[in-house]
Design a protein around this ligand. Sequence first.
Ligand code: FAD
Length: 130
Amino acid sequence: MLIREHVPLAPLTTLGVGGSARYFVEARSEAEVIEAVKFARAQDLPLFVLGGGSNLVVADAGFPGLVLKIGITDASHFTAPSGSVVFTAGAGLDWDALVARTVEADCAGLECLSGIPGTVGGTPVQNVGA
Ligand SMILES: Cc1cc2nc3c(=O)[nH]c(=O)nc-3n(C[C@H](O)[C@H](O)[C@H](O)COP(=O)(O)OP(=O)(O)OC[C@H]3O[C@@H](n4cnc5c(N)ncnc54)[C@H](O)[C@@H]3O)c2cc1C
């Protein structure tokens, strides 16, 4: 896991403004997420979880702690005995990519949420309702 310092946050948001993260890490597995959180706790740093940056305004002063970008993008699905299709997706997967995946699998339900920017992990936090 690579922890970088003084990383500009503006390019990681849709508004494209704001300062830098004192520390920044992109976690590509659950183990890396845990490692990053441990790092922040050990250094007594504030922690901010970053998704697609589509609902975020970063202050010009930046963020004084650790910005943890979730880069887990795995996705899979299976048909349950009931006939329902169950999708599992990493928090860092692009939301619209998950919607497209359900449509490609001939599943109805998420297609009305197409075109909304952000990540799968940001969605429950932000309560995408379209
Ligand atoms: C053009 C446009 C259209 C939009 N349309 C809609 C719409 O129709 N409906 C709607 O509801 N929203 C809409 N939004 C808002 C936005 O798309 C959603 O709120 C989206 O879910 C935010 O996800 P994100 O990954 O970009 O989150 P970010 O902007 O990166 O983060 C937003 C918040 O979520 C937290 N967060 C992000 N990822 C995680 C995670 N993995 N774990 C814990 N916390 C996390 C962050 O800490 C932060 O507090 C729109 C935005 C834009 C720019």
